[in-house]
Ligand binder design. Structure first.
Ligand code: KIV
Length: 272
């Protein structure tokens, strides 16, 4: 894979597209801070998404709507300092691109200049095409996001599976094609039937990365805190937990508290 950035190890948007061409599945995970980004990167993930899910898992908000552009830039710049190899894509937060295409471009430019991320992701189909095209004129790679789009939660009212009905499925396919034609380098499909996701992945040449979209797509993404089991109140069917860190961390912290209370910490080797 040829590199167009100074760090020759860095995965590029073209590298990710090459993976689809070669039939190699793409791995993507979220990260929001330096320490986690270092570990995720060292493990070899292809793409790190600085998702606006930071609003939920880092800030404790119920939805992704409250997180600001400044906060996304803070998270993204921390991730950029921690990751040497992965392609880093940053979510444009709610309210930073829906106004008009100029606002979208300005927000994307701020992310690129102030965080050092390598591209942006935004939610929506044909209704945000002008914004996508405008961002692309500045040479900023764009990843689309269709299906369940959490920034529109108040419009839909639920986080259930999207595009189960024929008309909605056709609209999603149309949107996906429009995003590809506009120049998106990749597309996230969230919580849609596996058969529809597979069809989209087959009909598009750009990589389709799924979350709750089955195995027929070109790659998978999960929210890091969910797959590590740091969140335990959220259990959608698509989520595989690779660890149970909520229990491990609370146990470790309880053990520490007990040691402090019982004068077991520090011992004589742990002092000067
Ligand atoms: O913000 C996020 O974490 C996302 C993923 C769920 C794709 O958009």
């Amino acid at each position: 894979m040829s590199s167009i950035v100074p760090n020759s190890k860095r995965i590029t948007t073209h590298g990710v597209q090459e993976l689809k061409r070669k039939g190699v599945k793409i791995s993507m995970l979220t990260a929001y801070d330096y320490t986690m980004a270092r570990m995720v990167d060292a493990a070899g993930v292809d793409v790190i998404l600085v998702g606006d899910s930071a609003s939920n898992v880092m800030a404790g908000h119920e939805t992704t709507l409250p997180i600001t552009l400044d906060q996304m830039i803070y998270h993204a710049s921390s991730v950029v300092r921690g990751a040497e190899r992965a392609l880093i894509i940053v979510d444009l937060p709610f309210g930073s691109y829906q106004g008009d295409s100029k606002q979208a471009l300005n927000s994307a430019i701020r992310i690129m200049k102030e965080s050092g991320g390598h591209g942006v992701k935004l939610e929506g189909g044909i209704e945000v095409i002008d914004s996508i095209k405008r961002i692309l004129t500045a040479g900023i790679p764009v990843m689309g996001h269709l299906g369940l789009t959490p920034q529109s939660i108040y419009k839909f009212g639920t986080y259930t599976v999207r595009a189960r009905k024929e008309a909605e499925a056709e609209k999603l396919l149309e949107d996906a094609k429009a995003l590809e034609a506009a120049g998106c380098f990749s597309l996230v499909l969230e919580k849609v039937p596996a058969a529809l996701a597979e069809r989209v992945a087959k009909e598009l040449t750009i990589p389709v990365i799924g979350i709750g979209a089955g195995s027929g797509v070109d790659g998978q993404v999960l929210v890091l805190h969910d797959m590590l089991g740091m969140t335990h109140e959220f259990s959608p069917r698509f989520l595989r937990r690779y660890l149970n860190l909520y229990d491990d961390i609370t146990k470790a912290v309880s053990h520490y508290i007990e040691d402090v209370k019982l004068l077991n910490f520090p011992n004589k080797d742990e002092q000067y």
